[in-house]
Design a protein around this ligand. Structure first.
Ligand code: PAF
Length: 286
């Protein structure tokens, strides 16, 4: 595996790989776990070469968020990528990514406005900006993102369609199913922040979500099912919820009652100092 930190050598290396067939990009912020590895395996199944980027993007963190403490285990990450058969690790320097005088932001409206877009102002502008730059730097034929960050995937799909970003003309953005621990907790680099007791309580999140989905499938009004979910999480040690909402799976329009289009339950909740997010499909009415 080549590890490259500067743009010119990256472009030469990608040009050399391109002759072998399609190139897949898996953008990450590092602190890799099985969820990332499932993206890489999916990418390897479809492309001749997989390029993984690791870049803790300062522009998607709010002023009071965890940019300084975000885990950066680069040696362990690099060993995992090597073992997965990744061809190239793109490890850009923050100063090269956003040099002095940098002044451009990519902003997506609609799908980026609600849920984490409302709770974390500027977050999706940071994501859309860095993903645009990563796509332009690498020029991938396809790119892979986790469904754990469903709204991020929706924002990137919208942006790629709107800006004709991916080569060739047809966007090839793949979403890969969330990987979960045995107790149902979705894998996330931020799970490392949880103390042992918080980690045990965190499993209430997927459990309460499954119960809410079952209640809705059995005919409970959305409002009642979501209120029960909220109370369950607060009783289980979560301190607050940013949101617990049902939204259209594609447009992210709010759903307050059954609707024929596929919908998902989205939750962001805080336990200790950690903010956890998750989303799950509603069960289609029989
Ligand atoms: O999901 C992530 O890890 C990040 O938001 C991404 C897509 C790598 C952009 O920084």
């Amino acid at each position: 595996m080549q590890t490259i930190g500067q743009l010119d050598p990256l472009r030469s290396a990608v040009a050399a790989l391109r002759g072998d067939g399609p190139i897949a990009l898996v953008p990450t912020m590092g602190a890799l776990h099985q969820g990332h590895l499932s993206l890489i395996r999916e990418a390897r199944a479809r492309a001749a070469h997989v390029i993984v980027s690791i870049f803790v993007n300062p522009r998607q963190f709010g002023p009071s968020e965890d940019l300084a403490t975000y885990p950066r285990p680069i040696e362990a990450d690099s060993a995992l990528l090597e073992a997965e058969g990744v061809s190239l690790l793109w490890l850009p320097d923050p100063a090269a990514m956003y040099p002095a005088g940098y002044a451009t932001t990519v902003s997506v409206s609609g799908v980026a406005d609600n849920l984490c877009g409302a709770a974390r102002p500027g977050h999706f502008e940071g994501v859309a900006t860095v993903v645009t730059k990563l796509f332009n730097q690498v020029g991938p034929d396809m790119a892979f993102f986790g469904e754990k960050d469903w709204q991020q995937l929706a924002v990137i799909r919208r942006m790629a369609r709107d800006l004709d970003l991916v080569q060739p003309a047809a966007p090839a953005i793949y979403g890969v199913a969330t990987v979960r621990e045995k107790d149902g907790l979705a894998l996330s680099s931020r799970n490392a922040y949880l103390s042992p007791s918080e980690r045990a309580n965190a499993a209430s999140l997927p459990r309460a979500m499954r119960s809410a989905i079952a209640a809705i499938a059995a005919g409970a009004p959305y409002r009642d099912a979501l209120e029960t979910l909220r109370q369950t999480l607060l009783a289980a040690g979560f301190s607050s919820l940013d949101y617990a909402e049902v939204r259209d799976a594609d447009t992210l329009a709010l759903r307050e009652a059954p609707h024929p289009d596929p919908a998902r339950l989205f939750v962001a909740a805080r336990i200790g100092k950690t903010r956890l997010i998750d989303n799950m499909a509603l069960i289609a009415p029989a």
